[in-house]
Design a protein around this ligand. Structure first.
Ligand code: PLP
Length: 396
């Protein structure tokens, strides 16, 4: 039962995984039992099978299981030898890990603004940064202001819609930048050319955090790549840089995905396309119902770019009086979340980078207006209707 009907209140949490659990419980318990019976918990055949399946699902040649999406990003940047003196162009409107991993390697995050329609890194902003603030020097692209070597472009396919990868890839190619795709929220998303998230750049990074479309029973992640050398480096990096046990060619970490998570994910992967269709159906229904409210600029639904496959990890509205709306919905038993209340260029820990609030105005505006409403596959028609009716009552 997903809808909890108390005496007079319907409850609609932002995400409720219990319905999913009911569908798959028997299969998952069997898969877990098999791992327990084998007593092989670290890497092993299930991780390998998941790697092959996620790689194929994402149109990639190699998948390398990682302990989380964060570790996938960290390992990807390590594989590309990002370190002190290097810079990574990315978006300020994302989960912290995107830029946090850059900083952990002693490199510098360069924030370019977002496209206000999709919330994704703006290709115009990246082109403008490269054209006006960088110059080629000795085969590298150098940021004139900092003297740093701009090495990687890291777009994020935020909320489940691919960034404009054809344009971004063109800038990267022209400027000699590597691409790490943060596809944590976007397993199965496609751009206008039908290319799947994680297959376009040099390395794609996925998260299996429980709230993702394919969620583990804990933490998990994966890197994907078409480059066999990068795949081999990533495989080594996740086991402390050893290609042969106890012989360390690189300094890596313990970034391994474990067999129990892989076993759970293999079961869930069979359902992923159906769950994605249900998310898309919920999104279409919300689009129509919210449009009928006629709220115009006061409430804007998320826009799908033509020809893209949006997998709707989140359905994010832009709302006037966002915080009051959230309170109203919370009072009615409806869960919402703000992804993301503080654009990364404004985070305290990045103050030394010297950004001002006005540097990425669209990211800052989105941080004040965006609100995610429930979109999970098992949401019932009655719950969706209740969410929309409650929103309508707020603006009435
Ligand atoms: C865009 C983005 N990047 C990176 C991550 C990090 O993934 P994880 O939570 O698995 O470490 C997440 C997930 O929370 C994310 O949404």
């Amino acid at each position: 039962m997903i809808t909890t009907v108390t005496r007079e209140k319907v409850q609609v949490p932002l995400l409720d995984l219990r319905g999913q659990w009911e569908q798959i419980q028997a299969e998952v318990m069997e898969a877990i039992h098999d791992v327990c019976a084998s007593q092989r918990f670290i890497l092993g055949p299930r991780v390998k099978e998941l790697e092959e399946r996620i790689a194929a699902y994402s149109q990639c040649r190699h998948g390398i299981g990682m302990s989380s999406g964060t570790d996938a990003l960290l390992a990807a940047l390590m594989a590309l030898e990002v370190g002190p003196g290097d810079e990574v162009i990315t978006t300020p409107f994302t989960f912290f890990a995107t830029a946090g991993t850059v900083a952990r390697l002693g490199a510098r995050a360069v924030f370019c603004d977002i496209d206000p329609v999709t919330y994704n890194l703006s290709a115009d902003a990246v082109e403008d940064f490269v054209a006006t603030q960088c110059e080629p020097r000795l085969g590298s692209l150098v940021n004139r202001r900092t003297g740093g070597r701009v090495k990687v472009l890291m777009p994020v396919h935020v909320f489940g819609q691919s960034a404009e990868m054809d344009r971004l890839a063109e800038v990267a190619q022209r400027s000699g930048l590597k691409i790490v795709e943060d596809a944590a929220q976007a397993l199965g998303a496609e751009d206008r050319n039908g290319r799947r998230a994680g297959s376009i750049g040099d390395i794609g990074c996925f998260s299996f955090f429980p709230s993702k479309n394919l969620g583990a029973f804990g933490d998990g992640g994966m890197c994907t790549t078409n480059d066999p050398e990068l795949a081999a480096r990533l495989e080594a990096l996740r086991v402390h840089g050893a290609r042969r046990r106890y012989y360390h060619e690189l300094v890596g970490g313990n970034f391994r995905l474990d067999a129990l998570q892989a076993a759970v994910l293999l079961v869930k992967l069979r359902y992923l396309d159906r769950w994605t269709e249900l998310r898309q159906e919920n999104a279409r229904w919300y689009d129509g119902a919210l449009e009928c409210l006629g709220l115009g600029e006061r409430l804007t639904s998320p826009r799908r770019l033509a020809g893209y496959r949006h997998v709707f990890n989140q359905y994010v509205l832009r709302a006037e009086r966002r915080d009051a709306l959230r309170e109203h919905l919370a009072g009615a038993g409806i869960g919402t979340e703000v992804y993301y209340p503080v654009a990364l260029h404004m985070q305290a820990c990045f103050s030394s980078l010297g950004y001002r609030p006005e540097d990425c105005p669209e990211a800052r505006r989105a941080a004040g207006e965006a609100v995610a409403i429930p979109i999970y596959p098992e949401l019932t028609a009655a719950q969706r209707q209740y969410v929309v009716d409650t929103i309508a009552a707020f603006y009435r």
